[in-house]
Design a protein around this ligand. Structure first.
Ligand code: GAR
Length: 221
């Protein structure tokens, strides 16, 4: 077996996606080494989760930095120092500057709680409900210089139900986030991801599901 993939994870909040990555590593589903966890928020629970695991975890305070690029330079330096190969945004709520994106070109993955390109930005579970979408879900994608616009690696679709609230839909989507994010990282660790323009190809990843599709509400009722 080859070297493990060195990960750096950025969080802003509770860090349940970080936890799903930690768990996947522990359970041997993800051949990666968590080198460092960084946060823009001192009180991010994700930092605590990392520390509990003995992972180097640091708050990088944005306030002394003049602008986005200045802050990102500090974050990039820490990631490089930790020998990070893949940067994972797990609920990191800052937009990355071109400097950051170029420093780790096609080596930054983000998870977003909607089926991109629908509903980029914030509060997207509520937006999906308000729009009347029948499906939402989550997307793991590489980060480019736009907001939630980079090449899509994997998506999970979740039906929007009549009685859904922002909370209930978010919870159902989050369960899928915890499944697909570690998987996408493992595909990267296995060297099976190729990016051609906007499209991402997974070596040996063609699913034979016979063109099976999801319909919501179900037909025939
Ligand atoms: C997740 O739902 C993630 O998809 C979302 O924030 C949540 C973080 O939860 N990310 C974004 O909205 C990025 N724009 P977590 O801290 O428990 O992983």
């Amino acid at each position: 077996m080859g070297e493990k993939l060195n990960l750096g994870v950025l969080v802003s909040g509770r860090g349940s996606n970080l936890q799903s990555i930690i768990d996947a590593v522990e359970e041997g589903r993800l051949e990666a080494s968590l080198k460092i966890v960084l946060s823009d928020r001192e009180d991010a629970f994700g930092l605590e989760r990392a520390r509990k695991q003995g992972i180097d975890a640091e708050w990088v305070d944005p306030s002394p930095h003049a602008g986005r690029e200045d802050y990102d330079r500090a974050v990039v330096a820490k990631l490089r120092e930790a020998d990070v190969e893949l940067v994972v945004l797990a609920g990191f709520m800052r937009i990355l500057s071109p400097l950051f994106v170029e420093s780790f070109r096609n080596r930054i993955m983000n998870i977003h709680p909607a089926l991109l390109p629908s509903f980029p930005g914030l509060h997207v579970q509520q937006k999906a409900i308000d729009h009347g979408a029948r499906f939402s879900g989550c997307t793991v994608h590489f980060v480019d210089t736009g907001v939630d616009t980079g090449p899509i690696i994997i998506q999970a679709a979740v039906p929007v139900l009549d009685g859904d609230t922002e909370e209930s839909l978010s919870g159902r989507i989050l369960k899928q986030e915890h499944r697909v994010f570690p998987k996408a990282i493992q595909l990267y660790a296995e060297g099976r991801i190729r990016v051609r323009g906007r499209r991402v190809f997974i070596d040996g990843g063609e699913e034979e599901n016979g063109g099976q599709c999801l319909v919501n509400p179900p037909l025939g009722r």
